[in-house]
Design a protein around this ligand. Structure first.
Ligand code: DC
Length: 213
C-alpha cells in the first residue's frame, strides 16, 4: 500500500507522516529531505545557477534516508540541510524538471514493492499517481505560520509570526506555480484541514483513512 501525503509547508506533514508510518509499520519517505540534500550538495560542489551542474551533481550523489537522518555519499547532512540558506536555494532544484525526474525515479525505486508513507508536494500527482491512499494535508496560512513560530521559538530563535507568514506565502506561491511537480491536490486525494486539531487527532484521522482503504 502506498500512502501519499502532500501539502504546503507548515501543515505538519513530516511529524504526522513519520508517526503514521511507524504505527502502520510502513517505510517513511521524506521527499523534501531529498530536495534539501541535493540542494546542499550542489551548494558544496556545483553551481546552483547552472542547469548542467545541478543535474550532474544530483545524478552523481547517493542520498540515503535513515530514521530521522540524511546522508549524502555517506556524510551525515541532517543538520546542514535544514538551514535557512538551503531552504532559500531549494527552488533552483525544485523548479528544474530534469532534477525532479531524477529524484522522482529514486522515490519510486525506494518504494518499489514496499508499503510506504511518502510525503512531499507531488507524491499523489506525479510520483505515485496510482497510490491507493492519497491525503492532502493543509491548514490556514495563519495557523501554519503560528506553528512554525512556536517550533522556532522552542529552538531559541526569535522570529515574528508575520515574518514567517510573509516567507511562507512566497514559498507557497513558488510551490503552487512551478511547471512540473507543482503543489496541488490530486483529484482523488482526501483533504484534511488541521486547524484546531492536535497532532494526535490528525494521526488518528489519517490512520482511519488508511484502514478504510
Ligand atoms: O517539505 P520540505 O519543507 O522539507 O521541502 C523542501 C522544499 O522542497 C519545498 O520548498 C518544496 C520542495 N519539494 C518539492 O518540490 N517536491 C517534493 N516532493 C518535496 C519537496
Amino acid at each position: 500500500m502506498i500512502v501519499t501525503i502532500d501539502g504546503p509547508a507548515g501543515a505538519g506533514k513530516s511529524t504526522v507522516a513519520r508517526e503514521l508510518a511507524a504505527r502502520l509499520g510502513y517505510l517513511f519517505l521524506d521527499t523534501g529531505a531529498m530536495y534539501r540534500a541535493a540542494t546542499y550538495a550542489v551548494m558544496q560542489t556545483g553551481d546552483l545557477q547552472n542547469q548542467k551542474s545541478r543535474l550532474a551533481v544530483t545524478r552523481g550523489i547517493q542520498i540515503d534516508l535513515g530514521d530521522g537522518v540524511v546522508f549524502v555519499d555517506g556524510d551525515d547532512v541532517t543538520g546542514p540541510i535544514r538551514t535557512a540558506e538551503v531552504t532559500e536555494n531549494i527552488h533552483y532544484l525544485a523548479d528544474d524538471s530534469s532534477v525532479r525526474a531524477v529524484l522522482v525515479d529514486r522515490q519510486r525505486a525506494i518504494a518499489n514493492g514496499q508499503s510506504v508513507v511518502t510525503e512531499g508536494r507531488d507524491q499523489g500527482t506525479v510520483a505515485f499517481p496510482e497510490a491507493e491512499c492519497k491525503i492532502f494535508l493543509t491548514a490556514s496560512p495563519q495557523e501554519r505560520a503560528r506553528r512554525r513560530q512556536a517550533e522556532r521559538a522552542a529552538r531559541g530563535e526569535e522570529v515574528s509570526v508575520d515574518d514567517i507568514r510573509a516567507a511562507q506565502e512566497m514559498r507557497d506561491e513558488r510551490d503552487k506555480s512551478r511547471l512540473v511537480g507543482a503543489l496541488k491536490k490530486a483529484g482523488d486525494a482526501v483533504e484534511v484541514v488541521t486547524d484546531g486539531m492536535t497532532i494526535e487527532d490528525v494521526i488518528a484521522s489519517l490512520e482511519a483513512l488508511v484502514q478504510k482503504k
